[in-house]
Structures are given as C-alpha cells and as structure tokens.
Design a protein around this ligand. Structure first.
Ligand code: E4P
Length: 218
C-alpha cells in the first residue's frame, strides 16, 4: 500500500519524506487555507514547493464546479509539474472532466467519494485514483471501511485500473484496516502515520535492553 500524507504543511511533508516512507501528497482547499496559503499564484507556488520535496504524485484540487472551468484549472495545475494529479470532485461535471483528462493521459483523483456507485462511475470515466472518505463516513455512523471493501470487490470483478486512495484517515488502525482490505493507497495526517510506530512493549523492551547493556558495561 502506498503512503501519501494529507497536508499542505511543508515541514510535515519534509518530516514524512525524511522517514523514507512517503509515496505522495494529497491536499485540498481546506488544508491550503489552514496553512494560510491564499490567492491563485501563492497556491500554485505552494504546489511547486510540495513537488520539490516529494518525488511522487501530488493531488491539487480544482475549485471550479463546471466542466470548462475544471478543464482550464486542471490543465494549469498539471502544467506546473509532471507529478501533479488533478483532484476533481465527484459531481456529474467532474465525471465529464475526469473522462476528458483521462483521454489526454492527465492523472486524476476523484475526491469526495462516499458510495460504491460513485466509485464505479469514476472508474468508468477513467479516474487514476478515487478517494473514499473513511473518517467522514464514520462521523455519520456509516462504516467507512465497509465502503473500501465494497469498492475493492467491484474493481477486482472488472479489473479496473483505478486505484483506491483511502482518505479522511484519522488514526493508525484505519491505516492497518485499509492495508488488510487491499486499498492501493492511503492518505493520512503525519500524526496517524507516526502513531503506527508506537507500542508500549517496544518502549519497555528497549529500556530494558539499554539498562542491561549499561549494567554489563559499567
Ligand atoms: C482527501 O484527499 C482529503 O484531503 C482528506 O483526506 C479529507 O480528510 P478530513 O475528513 O480529515 O478532512
């Protein structure tokens, strides 16, 4: 399973990159705003900075909600760097745009996916990635992980190339479950990725090893 980081924070991207486990980055307009990145040119420059840190797919989201606007915006984003993936919302105009980009071999990430039907439609349109939002489904008492396994079964039935990019991941067990269910990619905040490394028995065991070594070498 590929690991993407879900942030527009350059320090966090750098830290995950230095861990040696980072395959790509996802952003969205809320994450950009959280970092105080506003204005068209600043946003474009920020995407370039992210691409300079990570040699892997970087999802950059369009703001337009109609076909022509998405095409123009998406093309401008893609022209910034060859690693840019155009992130497009799961709406009917978005499906048309995904088809148009797919026909031009421009990679896309269909975002805001909350049902298997939406995932099927996006795959039919040729999306490179689809992003089912696990945490937001869990927040409304729906099982986000069930959605991942349903989409996995559908894509495997028909050999769709579209990759399942599990998004809205909130904690380390989401990541473990995504890997168990066969998600192709997961995107998570740095805190959830780092939490994978934690186990109290590891800490206790290490303390003991170091103490015993110190005793023996005193
Ligand atoms: C996906 O690409 C989105 O950026 C993201 O995962 C949304 O997560 P949230 O529900 O924590 O905002």
């Amino acid at each position: 399973m590929k690991f993407f980081i879900d942030t527009a924070n350059l320090q966090e991207i750098q830290e995950a990159y230095e861990m040696g486990i980072l395959d790509g980055v996802t952003t969205n307009p809320s994450l950009m705003a959280k970092e105080g990145i506003t204005g068209y040119n600043n946003i474009l420059n920020h995407y370039v900075k992210i691409c300079q840190i990570v040699d892997g797919p970087v999802s950059a989201e369009v703001i337009s909600t109609e076909f022509q606007g998405m095409l123009e915006e998406g093309q401008a984003l893609f022209d910034l760097h060859p690693n840019i993936v155009v992130k497009i919302p799961m709406i009917p105009e978005g499906i048309k745009a995904i088809r148009a980009f797919s026909d031009k071999n421009i990679p896309t990430n269909c975002t805001l996916v909350f049902s298997a039907g939406q995932a099927l439609l996006a795959a039919k349109a040729g999306a490179t990635y689809i992003s089912p939002f696990l945490g937001r489904l869990d927040d409304v008492s729906s099982d986000g992980l069930d959605l991942i396994s349903q989409i996995r079964a559908i894509y495997d039935n028909y050999d769709f190339d579209t990759q399942i990019l599990a998004a809205s991941v909130r904690h380390p067990m989401h990541i473990v479950h995504c890997a168990t269910l066969g998600a192709d990619v997961m995107t998570a905040p740095l805190s959830a990725i780092k939490a994978l490394a934690k186990h109290p028995l590891t800490d206790i065991g290490l303390q003991q090893f170091l103490a015993d070594h110190a005793k023996g070498n005193a």
